[in-house]
Design a protein around this ligand. Structure first.
Ligand code: 13P
Length: 242
């Protein structure tokens, strides 16, 4: 059975006190949310401890935004899997396009991080997607296939979420048409050896387009940036209408 996973990616937003304020406004909106929807907040490392204490292992699962492949060592500025699991973290975003673009993340390091996450019992959310230039050149499928081929070496696909995030749709308000997102996600599913993996769409997901996105048959969830920062907005997204 394909699991529905709606995840907020807060990126580098919210101090600890802001995170707790968000939680107060958000949890009150979950009373009617169907149980089969997994709700995840992928937050800055500095918010994990406070959120973990206040989530009480409840409805909302905790996610991080990066993980190092070693368990410990001289890697200034990095965070290991055991540091995350001790705080109750269950998910971790790996290979987000912002990390690939600004922090030198490659398919090889993505693969190492995915393996480390799984080794610690975390479910990684692997982000893939093409630039506008690659799309215009007709390279979308080839780019994504290469990201999957290199990123997923030896990865257990039964404990994996894939997020299709076309880079040109991130933070731009320029959502990929839901039929096109559905088509590309179908192509991604064909590349997987475990076809029941959850595959999300990400890129300018908003309260106004979530119902249409989730109505697409191949789309199992969403990875939400800007619209996950406000309780009302993310509340409407997790309570999408079928
Ligand atoms: P936006 O929802 O702000 O476009 O960000 C998408 C994203 O990058 C989620 O990981």
């Amino acid at each position: 059975m394909r699991k529905i996973v709606i995840a907020g990616n807060w990126k580098m937003y919210k101090t600890q006190s802001e995170a707790l304020e968000f939680l107060q406004g958000f949890t009150s909106q979950l009373s009617e949310t169907p149980d089969d929807r997994e709700i995840v907040l992928c937050v800055p490392f500095t918010d994990l401890s406070a959120l973990s204490k206040n989530l009480h292992g409840g409805r909302v699962k905790l996610g991080a935004q990066n993980i190092h492949w070693e368990d410990s060592g001289a890697y200034t500025g990095e965070i290991s899997g055991s540091m995350l699991t001790e705080l109750g973290v269950r998910y971790v975003v790996v290979g987000h396009s912002e990390r690939r673009q600004y922090f030198g993340e490659t398919d090889a390091t993505v693969n190492q991080r995915l393996l480390a996450a799984q080794g610690h019992g975390l479910t990684p959310i692997l982000c893939v997607g093409e630039t506008k230039q690659q799309r215009d050149a007709g390279e979308t499928e080839a780019v994504i296939k290469a990201q999957l081929d290199k990123g997923l070496v030896a990865v257990d696909q039964a404990n994996l979420v894939v997020a299709y995030e076309p880079i040109w749709a991130i933070g731009t308000g320029d959502t990929c048409a839901s039929e096109e997102a559905n088509r590309v996600i179908g192509v991604i599913r064909q590349q997987l050896t475990y076809p029941d993996a959850s595959i999300q769409y990400g890129g300018s997901v908003k309260p106004g387009n979530i119902d249409e996105i989730m109505a697409q048959p191949e789309i199992d969830g969403a990875l939400v940036g800007g619209a996950s920062l406000e309780p009302d907005s993310f509340g409407r997204i997790v309570n999408y209408l079928v």
